[in-house]
Ligand binder design. Structure first.
Ligand code: HEC
Length: 465
C-alpha cells in the first residue's frame, strides 16, 4: 500500500495539489463554536455530489423523448427498484441545494467575507447560484407533465420580451417555434451535460480560490478590511491557525451527513413531487405552477400590472444578478461585522421577507379562479336549506361562482369572500352585481342566467349572514 502510494505520489505530486485541500491552515477560531457558521459551502458541495449520483441513476432509465419521457418517469416512480426513492432524493436534493447555496451566500455576506481579497470567490459563487437555479428550472421540464410544459411556454414568452434579441432567445430556449420534442432534447442535454460541466469547472475555480485566499477569519466589530494592512494581519492569523483536517472539517462532515439524511428521509416519507397530467397543448385549463422556490417569481409575474411586465420580467432579474455579482467590487474595503452594517442586514432581510410573502401568495394564487371540476361547499353551508336555496347552492357551484368566491373557507380567492354577503349587501345589489359583473374581474351573467336561476341563487346568498 505504502509503495503504491509512493509510486503514485512520485508521478502525481499529490503533496502540492490535493494535500493542501485538506490540511491548509485556517483561523484558530474555526475550531470553536463559530466554526458551525462555516459549514454551508461544504454541505452544498455534498448535496451537489448526491445530485450527480442520483441524476446519473435517473438518466440510466429516463428516455428524453416526448412520447416516452412521461412514461419512463412513471416507470421510475412506480415500478423500478428504488426508483421512487432515487427520484425523491433528486427532487428534495435540488430544493436543499437551492436553499443551502442561499444560506452559504448569506453567511459569507453577513460575515463580510466577500470583501478584499476574496472578491472573485464571491463572483464565482454568484455564477454558481445562477447555474444551480438553471439546473432546478431545466430539471422541472424533464418531468414533461402539464406543469412542465406550460412552465417552458411561459419562460419562452418571457425571454421573448427582451428587446432586439428576444425572438432569437425564445427560439434558442424552445429549440424551434414551439415547445415539443426538440425542446425536451435540448433541455435534457442542457441539464445533464452543459450546466453540470460548467458547475464542475466553477467549483474547481471556487475551491482553488478558497484554498489560495484562505478561509476568512470571523469578523470583529470595528475591525475592517484595509488594503494596506489586511494581508499582513491575515498572515499573522494563519500563523496561529490550525489545520483544516482534522480539527475543523468534522463540523462540515456532521452537517453534510445531517443534510443528506434529511433529504433521504423526505424522499422516503413524502416522496418525489407527483407527476401531473401528461402534457397536452390543447388543455389550457392547466394551472401551471413551478416548484416552490420559483413560486415567488411566478406570483410576482401574476401580480404586477401588465404595463410593468417587460420591466419586471427583463430588467429585474438582470439588475438583481448584476447587483449580486458586482457587490464585492462596490465596497471591497471597510467594516465586516454585520452588527456594524445595518444596510447589509436590510439587503438580506427585506428580499427574504418579500420573497416568502410572494411564495405564500403564489401558493394561494388569489388572482386566478380555481379550475377544478370537483367544486363543493362544506356540508354546514348546505345543511337546513329549503328546496329553492338548495338549487341556488348548486347553481353557485355550476355557474362557476365558487371558483372565484369563497364561502366558509371553500372556493376561490379572486373575488370577495361571500360567507356573510347578505349582511353586507341588499338582495337588489346582489342581483345587480350578478347581472352586471364588476370591475372587469367578475363576468356579467345577464345573458346566461334565467330569471328563475337568478332568484334561486339570490335566495341562497340571502342565507349568508
Ligand atoms: C372570474 C371570477 C368571478 C366569478 C366567476 C364570479 N365572480 Fe362575483 N366577483 C368577482 C370579483 C373580482 C368581484 C369584486 C368586483 C368588484 O369589486 O367590482 C365580485 C363581486 C361579487 C359580489 C359583490 C361582493 C361584495 O362583497 O360586495 C357578489 C354578490 C358576487 N360577486 C356574486 C357572484 C355570483 C353569485 C357569481 C356566480 C353567478 C359570481 N359572483 C361569479 C369575481 C367573480
Amino acid at each position: 500500500m505504502r509503495r503504491l502510494l509512493r509510486w503514485l505520489n512520485e508521478r502525481l505530486e499529490l503533496q502540492d495539489s490535493l494535500v493542501p485541500l485538506v490540511d491548509h491552515p485556517v483561523p484558530r477560531e474555526l475550531g470553536s463554536r463559530v466554526g458551525w457558521f462555516y459549514v454551508f459551502g461544504s454541505v452544498t458541495l455534498a448535496l451537489f455530489i448526491v445530485q450527480v449520483v442520483t441524476g446519473v441513476a435517473l438518466a440510466m432509465t429516463y428516455v428524453p423523448a416526448p412520447i416516452s419521457a412521461y412514461d419512463s418517469l412513471r416507470f421510475i416512480t412506480d415500478d423500478a427498484v428504488l426508483g421512487r426513492l432515487v427520484r425523491g432524493i433528486h427532487y428534495w436534493g435540488a430544493a436543499a441545494m437551492v436553499i443551502l447555496v442561499l444560506v452559504h451566500m448569506t453567511q459569507v455576506f453577513l460575515f463580510g467575507a466577500h470583501r478584499y481579497p476574496r472578491e472573485l470567490n464571491w463572483m464565482s459563487g454568484s455564477i454558481l447560484l445562477l447555474l444551480t437555479l438553471a439546473m432546478a428550472f431545466t430539471g422541472q421540464l424533464l418531468r414533461w407533465d402539464q406543469d412542465a410544459y406550460w412552465a417552458v411556454v411561459v419562460a419562452a414568452e418571457q425571454v421573448g420580451r427582451v428587446p432586439l434579441i428576444g425572438d432569437l432567445m425564445a427560439h434558442v430556449v424552445v429549440a424551434g417555434n414551439d415547445v415539443g420534442g426538440a425542446t425536451l432534447t435540448r433541455f435534457f442535454a442542457t441539464h445533464v451535460f452543459l450546466i453540470p460541466a460548467l458547475i464542475f469547472g466553477l467549483i474547481g475555480v471556487h475551491l482553488y480560490l478558497v484554498v489560495k485566499r484562505g478561509i476568512s477569519e470571523p469578523p470583529k466589530p470595528g475591525q475592517g478590511v484595509d488594503r494596506a494592512t489586511y494581508k499582513e494581519r491575515y498572515e499573522a492569523v494563519l500563523a496561529q491557525g490550525i489545520p483544516f483536517y482534522p480539527e475543523v472539517v468534522w463540523r462540515d462532515v456532521v452537517v453534510a451527513f445531517g443534510a443528506v439524511a434529511i433529504v433521504v428521509a423526505l424522499a422516503a416519507t413524502v416522496g418525489p413531487v407527483a407527476l401531473g397530467q401528461p402534457p397536452d397543448p390543447t388543455v389550457i385549463l392547466a394551472d401551471p405552477r413551478p416548484d416552490w422556490y420559483f413560486l415567488g417569481y411566478f406570483a410576482l409575474l401574476a401580480l404586477i400590472p401588465p404595463d410593468a411586465e417587460t420591466v419586471v420580467i427583463v430588467l429585474l432579474p438582470l439588475l438583481a444578478f448584476a447587483f449580486l455579482f458586482l457587490l464585492p467590487l462596490a465596497r471591497p474595503f471597510g467594516e465586516r461585522h454585520w452588527s456594524r452594517r445595518p444596510g447589509a442586514v436590510a439587503v438580506v432581510a427585506i428580499p427574504f421577507i418579500a420573497y416568502v410573502a410572494l411564495i405564500v401568495a403564489g401558493e394561494q394564487s388569489p388572482w386566478s379562479p380555481i379550475l377544478t371540476r370537483t367544486a363543493s361547499l362544506p356540508p354546514a353551508v348546505t345543511a337546513g336549506l329549503d328546496a329553492q336555496q338548495r338549487r341556488g347552492a348548486d347553481l353557485f357551484l355550476s355557474k362557476g361562482c365558487w371558483s372565484c368566491h369563497m364561502i366558509d373557507g371553500s372556493g376561490g380567492r379572486k373575488g370577495p369572500d361571500l360567507s356573510r354577503i347578505a349582511a353586507r349587501q341588499s338582495p337588489d345589489r346582489i342581483v345587480q352585481r350578478i347581472l352586471s359583473g364588476g370591475g372587469g374581474n367578475m363576468p356579467s351573467y345577464a345573458a346566461t342566467i334565467s330569471p328563475q336561476d337568478l332568484a334561486d341563487l339570490t335566495a341562497f346568498l340571502e342565507t349568508r349572514r
